[in-house]
Unconditional design. Structure first.
Length: 154
């Protein structure tokens, strides 16, 4: 191989990790449970119903911390109607002080996520690719989030 070609491969080899570090690494992906309400930063488009919509959520870790990317889709459509990025509070999922009975160890776990000044709480009930939104006032209170108020992530 020519020395010039080796340099090109070396540059490419060095560039790939830098791009990954800047954009973050995908940690996990989830779908919103069909019976769960939409996250607060999404609205049901006019002329549609909740049953005609699906939401995906991807967790990323990058050099600035943890973030979640949400996409809302009209069912059967390839491209999202809207995509937003939120900041997750803390470094790890949050568990309640007194976990409710009937759940696997470590569950339910929660993520406090803020998108454009709007905060919502995401619930994971077990290790599966499904997530839920929660309106349980006890959960909101224990996690220190006032319902209906915008909260800055820690």
């Amino acid at each position: 191989m020519k020395p010039m070609a080796n340099r090109s491969y070396l540059r490419l080899f060095l560039l790939i990790p830098m791009v990954i570090a800047m954009s973050g690494c995908l940690e996990s992906s989830f779908d919103l449970a069909p019976g769960s309400r939409l996250p607060k930063w999404f609205e049901i488009p006019k002329g549609m119903t909740r049953n005609e919509l699906s939401v995906t959520m991807d967790y990323y870790i990058d050099s600035h911390g943890r973030k979640a990317v949400f996409k809302i889709y009209a069912k059967g459509r390839l491209f999202p109607l809207k995509k937003v990025t939120g900041i997750q509070r803390g470094l790890y999922p949050i568990e309640l002080e007194n976990q409710p009975p009937g759940f696997p160890k470590g569950y339910p776990s929660y993520e406090v996520i803020t998108v454009n000044g709007i905060t919502d709480i995401i619930e994971h009930r077990k290790m599966e690719a499904i997530f839920y939104t929660t309106d349980d006032p006890r959960v909101w209170k224990e996690l220190g989030v006032e319902q209906g108020k915008a909260v800055r992530p820690n």
